[in-house]
Design a protein around this ligand. Structure first.
Ligand code: NDP
Length: 328
């Protein structure tokens, strides 16, 4: 077997971290035959809880787990790391202004970007999960000038998977019958889950459903607001599904996407589909050789155009806000 790959997880003692670490250690992030060395980053108050999780990881005796270390210093946590999963973030609390939220997250993602720049491995790949994920990724990226910009991504795979789940239920088919669903824009309520190119067993999903009102009034809002539905029903925010989507994102980034399909990820725009260059926006993407590519040449109808533009405008406003705060 090869030498271990270092993977850093921030917010390791949180809900998502707890669901994520065991999936990584069992070999599902990179491949069952790739040994992994976990580096957990937490704030000082949560280090002991992360150490407790490290004890449990040892107790699983995962063959692919080469070791676990816990840190409260980002410089040490990102040293030599090839995959960084940035989960820990400052959540919005009641009465908090957007500027305060962005400022608080700047205090987290600036030093993490700098630490990645200083010491991560040359092949570093970064996935931001902590919200506001797209803009947090932009902040980290702007403090890592020596790392290729496209190595900074944000997660919309959970939205993508939620869309697949809803379509499978509606059509009464297994998820494996579906392909070419897409999420565009921001990982927020403004996101656009797009089924116009989606295929079920070789046929158009839109034609199979044949109910535009369901798409516009039920499907899209349900996917976009699924996080709130989970909190309402479960009494706690989604954690295992978010962790699962993070595993899917990195697995496809490293190992490629299946022939004939695509997935969704927020990656730096090259100007495709009118999305301003540099915004970390969700697109339909494929991956090969460890690189994401935006799927080109898709027809964007009027309905889609308006929704993509609205979500991208929100991303532009967030970028402007963090610029004004001096965070990028
Ligand atoms: P979770 O593990 O539940 O969530 C972590 C982050 O993921 C939040 O920003 C959350 O955003 C976001 N998120 C993105 N997508 C989803 C989704 N679909 N469902 C739920 N959350 C999603 O939070 P906890 O509070 O349990 O744990 C956070 C941990 O991070 C704590 O242990 C804390 O100490 C740590 N932390 C570590 C830092 C560091 O390592 N430097 C910095 C800050 C915190 P949202 O709030 O919008 O749901």
């Amino acid at each position: 077997t090869s030498s271990p790959v270092s993977v850093t997880v921030t917010g390791a003692a949180g809900q998502i971290g707890y669901a994520l670490l065991f999936r990584i250690a069992s070999g599902q992030l990179l491949g069952a035959d790739v040994p992994v060395r976990l580096r957990l980053l937490e704030i000082p108050q949560a280090v002991r809880a992360a150490e407790g999780t490290a004890l449990e990881l040892t107790d699983c005796a995962f063959p692919a787990l080469a070791g676990v270390d816990v840190f409260d210093d980002p410089i040490k946590a990102f040293e030599g790391t090839s995959v960084a999963l940035l989960v820990g973030a400052r959540p919005r609390t009641k009465g908090m202004e957007r500027g305060d939220l962005l400022e608080a997250n700047g205090g987290i993602f600036k030093p993490q970007g700098a630490a990645i720049n200083a010491g991560a491995a040359d092949d570093i790949k970064v996935l931001v999960v902590g919200n506001p994920a797209n803009t947090n990724a932009l902040i980290a990226q702007s403090h890592a000038p020596d790392v290729p910009a496209e190595r900074f991504t944000a997660m919309t795979r959970l939205d993508h998977n939620r869309a697949l789940g809803q379509l499978a239920l509606k059509l009464g088919v297994p998820v494996s019958s579906l392909s070419k669903v897409a999420i565009w824009g921001n990982h927020s309520a403004s996101q656009y889950p797009d089924i116009t190119h989606a295929v079920v067993d070789g046929k158009s999903v839109a034609e199979a459903i044949n109910d535009q009102a369901w798409v516009a009034d039920e499907f899209i809002p349900r996917v976009a607001k699924r996080g709130a539905e989970i909190i309402d029903v479960r009494g706690a925010s989604s954690a295992a599904s978010a962790a699962s989507a993070a595993v899917d994102h990195v697995y496809n980034w490293v190992n490629g996407t299946p022939e004939g399909d695509w997935t969704s990820a927020a990656i730096p725009s090259d100007g495709s589909y009118g999305v301003p260059e540099g915004l970390i926006s969700s697109f339909p993407v494929t991956s090969a050789g460890g690189k994401w590519e935006i799927v080109q040449g898709l027809e964007v109808d009027e309905f889609s155009r308006a929704r993509i533009d609205a979500s991208v405008a929100e991303l532009g406003e967030e970028r402007e806000a963090v610029r004004k705060l001096g965070l990028i």
